[in-house]
Design a protein around this ligand. Structure first.
Ligand code: PCA
Length: 322
């Protein structure tokens, strides 16, 4: 297995020797569109590493062009790609800790989400390490709200709707609400809405804006239920093979990119909602009745998450709640 792993890692790294310095190029798969701030931020990270590592060039491949969202994590674990970005909560089936950022109504603002992520940090790094991955940085999406093609005032209005899910938590919401979950990557969302494969979803204004969902949908309810993250990680073998200067470049550029990405996400939140409005959508806060029903789903899902994440999950929530 070890040999297979290093063989796979070997094919992923194109190594060429320039003078006496070994120059290396890392392809970095990313799932979201090239114009999205996560992708632009990732490109800035890649440039930062390329400029300061003394020989390691990182090149991003946004939009799922190298590996689709659902394939990126596996590709980096096995060394098919040395580095990549992924919505980690989509892998909560492998380890519930990966879903810590997607439990409804636990952390509903940028500040709360930073606090939660800080509380989860060490365990998240350890969980990734167990899977042959080295954590680099993570950037939040704006708060999550509900998209529909009609006015919705209660869970009763959602019955039977085909609901695009992007992780287990969003599928669970569909189930609790009597909707039918369908797992679809953001890259395929417009197509799914156009063909009726999906009729509603939960996401940020960012993804609705990127996918121009006003062409198919009419209402966005700004529920602010949680702020999931995209996380960048490196294959551990590829990381260990780097010299100290390149390792430091990854750490330093990662820290800078995390801070810049957070600032961007905050700055763009209202821009995206305005974009949806300009596209013709109705943007509204959920009514009190709907809000209460969703809060109850949040309570159910929080206790389900705590059950599945055990002592480690409890330690994170305790540290966060302090
Ligand atoms: N956009 C991503 C995940 C969360 C978000 O705001 C998506 O919908 O796939």
């Amino acid at each position: 297995m070890k040999i297979l792993k290093s063989l796979l890692a070997g094919t992923a790294l194109s190594i060429c020797v320039v003078g006496t310095v070994a120059a290396e190029k890392w392809d970095m798969p990313m799932a979201y569109s090239s114009s999205n701030y996560h992708s632009e931020n990732g490109a800035a990270f890649a440039k930062c590493v390329t400029d300061t590592s003394g020989g390691l060039e990182v090149v991003t491949h946004p939009g799922g062009s190298l590996f689709k969202g659902g394939e990126i994590k596996r590709a980096v674990q096995t060394g098919q790609a040395p580095i990549g970005e992924r919505l980690l909560s989509a892998h909560a089936n492998e380890n519930p800790l990966f879903g810590v950022d997607s439990v409804p109504f636990v952390a509903t603002s940028f500040d709360a989400s930073e606090k939660l992520w800080a509380a989860a940090q060490e365990q998240m790094k350890a969980a990734l390490d167990e899977q042959n991955l080295v954590y680099v940085y993570a950037v939040p999406w704006p708060p999550q709200g509900l998209y529909f093609k009609k006015e919705v005032n209660a869970v009763a209005d959602m019955q039977g709707i085909k609901f695009r899910a992007y992780n287990a938590a969003t599928a669970r919401i569909a189930e609790l609400a009597g909707m039918v979950p369908v797992q679809i990557e953001a890259a395929e969302l417009s197509q799914a809405l156009a063909t009726g494969v999906a009729e509603a979803f939960v996401s940020s204004g960012s993804t609705g804006y990127d996918r121009k969902v006003w062409e198919h949908l009419t209402h966005f309810y700004d529920v602010q239920a949680w702020l999931p993250r995209n996380t960048v990680f490196v294959n551990k073998d590829a990381y260990n093979a780097l010299d100290d200067k390149a390792k430091a470049a990854i750490t330093d550029c990662g820290a800078k990119t995390a801070a810049d990405g957070l600032a961007k996400a905050k700055e763009l939140t209202s821009f995206y909602l305005n974009g949806l409005k300009e596209g013709g959508m109705t943007i509204a806060a959920p009514g009190d009745g709907l809000k209460a029903e969703l809060k109850a789903f949040g309570e159910t899902m929080t206790s389900e998450w705590l059950d599945s994440a055990g002592d480690k999950g409890k330690a994170i929530i305790d540290a966060y709640s302090k």
